[in-house]
Design a protein around this ligand. Sequence first.
Ligand SMILES: Cc1ncc(COP(=O)(O)O)c(C=O)c1O
Length: 396
Amino acid sequence: MAISAKIQKFMTNASFIRKMFEEGVRMRREFGAENVFDFSLGNPILEPPPQVHASIRRLLEKPQPGLHRYMSNAGFPEVRERIAAYLRDEFAEPFEAADLVMTTGAAGALNIALKSLLDPGDQVVVVAPFFPEYRFYVDNHGGELRVAESAADFDLDLASLEAQFGPRTKAVLINSPNNPTGRMYSAARLTELGALLAAWEQKTGHTITLLSDDPYRKLVYDGARAPNPFAAYPDTVLLTSHSKDLGLAGERIGYAAISPRHRDRRELTDALTFVNRTLGYVNAPALFQRVAAETQSAAVDIGVYQALRDRLCAGLADIGYRFTRPQGAFYVYPQTPIPDDQAFIRILQKHRVLAVPGCGFARTGHMRLSYSVSMAEVEGALEPLRAAFQEATSKR
Ligand SMILES: Cc1ncc(COP(=O)(O)O)c(C=O)c1O
């Protein structure tokens, strides 16, 4: 076998997501697309807001020479300046263009941050349940993943986090609003996390960088605002993208923002810029850097996601599913009515509902439902969700 043993193992372990995807294709063929309720994918349904299309048109109607050429590996300086201005407003921190590296989505930002921080064997602490790609991204750069547990309502559990700290801990990686739970950490809880990281540094002399993976920052509901991680802790790097807030997942545009108060502010930007090049990303897509610069304050209509959340949550509660109401992103993470989440996913499938088992996110006994689907799909899924619940609980 030409493929490395490690990648073979990873592919086997990650196969449930691929299986769900293949099942979706098969079931749509067999039963018709309108009779399959697919809650397994995190693909944003909303089209980009009009500002994005207007910006693309403007850029193409009067193309500036060099629009599509290579630029600095960190991105166009004027793009970074405009985004820095947005961040100064948003976070009340003195961001400059030099604190930003434009990336190929949040995934690219995460990879360049991890590559820059980790020596082989260094550790990154994540909070379960977590986005499964973290495991692979940390491995990409020779790191070791350490898993802390969250509280029952998926809030940060600081004692569990601290229990994972050691002399090789280089970063704590958080994601709020969260995939797969929809949980958003409060400003007070982030401040406590910052205090914990500062105390660890005082005690041990080791600095832990806080990596805040925030692609869902603007997808928060009920008029809430996502809190500011830079205020909580100086040694913070924010990784984000416009995959969800501008509906541009396929265009691969995002950025890493290094806190102006990070102790290695300039060195870290230089490192991220260097590895953006050497990992082969070279630079973020040129046209969409320009578009992002012009559309920082735009967003998709989050009211649509909020209405989907409300309808799905009301339906799930009515059936008897137990879950923590999501505050953001477009996922809900209910308990499965039987402890074996994979068995319950198979029951759901019989009823033509696709979901991802909790084992994929390192918290079993749950499932992730992505409500980035149409309202008709949510409405149509409620009876099958009820039937599956009843089938599973009648067997108990
Ligand atoms: C928590 C989290 N981080 C990062 C990403 C990667 O997003 P991007 O498309 O910006 O690379 C995703 C995508 O679903 C995600 O859910």
